[in-house]
Write a protein that binds this ligand. Sequence first.
Ligand code: 6SG
Length: 258
Amino acid sequence: MTRSSVVYLKLPEDNAYIVFAVNMSSCTHYVMQTRSCSEKTKSSSRFSWAVSPYTITYFAVKGRCSALKIMLADQSQTLKENLVTFDEWGKGDLKKTCVYGQLPKFEDGDLVLFQSNAMLRHLGRKHGAYGKNDHEAAHIDMMSDGVEDLRLKYIKLIYQEYETGKEAYIKDLANHLSKFEAFMAKNKSGFLVGDKISFADYNLFDLLLNHKVLCSTCLDTFPTLKKFVDTMSARPKIKALLESDDFKKLPINGNGKQ
Ligand code: 6SG
């Protein structure tokens, strides 16, 4: 890490310091360690990273990782990406190490996770994007599970019946979108649940972006969802991610269909 400084924040109540490493280039910071006063005078080179950035291992597609990337960008978190080619994956060595034999794989320090929705929930819990109480959390789960139901239908269309099923899928799409429209419109905050963004919002936003590519007019009869997509797209860190070359160059799906 270049252009980084170590900053000490004194904690008055326990005579200790929190040690931050501040990255001047990306405006990110990590809490490295807490140390007692007596240790403060030691050279900063003695401190090692206690918090490593998140790591994702996945194919070079948006697929199951895009909601997570959008969430991390919006929450000002860094993400290290390991891209796996389909050839590499075909060799089978990595697959054997994956709990369900599938990617993405997510690492948060020594925590290793599979299942993209478990990753979203984990990050929701860590970054205050899982509601302000159990009641909100339950509704956030309910909405994100609804997003998953639609995502599975979308994936089936893309990978199994794109040529034969696209017309019928688009015809039926309004039936699904109307449920999200009604729930969000009732909430009035512009988010699915409560007055704060949650992982379900990032998940829905990502899936709506995919559907706009499938059918550019699909949100025209859903004013709340349309406004939601516009507002989410305009959040500065999301906008920067969506406009970045690294993100734009990734196809949505692994078979070239969208
Ligand atoms: C597919 O389905 O790209 N993981 C996929 N496929 C590889 O051997 N429920 C979990 C979750 O939410 C679903 C995981 C997801 O995390 S991602 C995976 O690991 C496997 O099963 C979508 C995607 N598919 C393209 C793909 C790459 C390698 C195998 C499938 C295309 C087909 C064959 C080579 C290239 Fe291919």
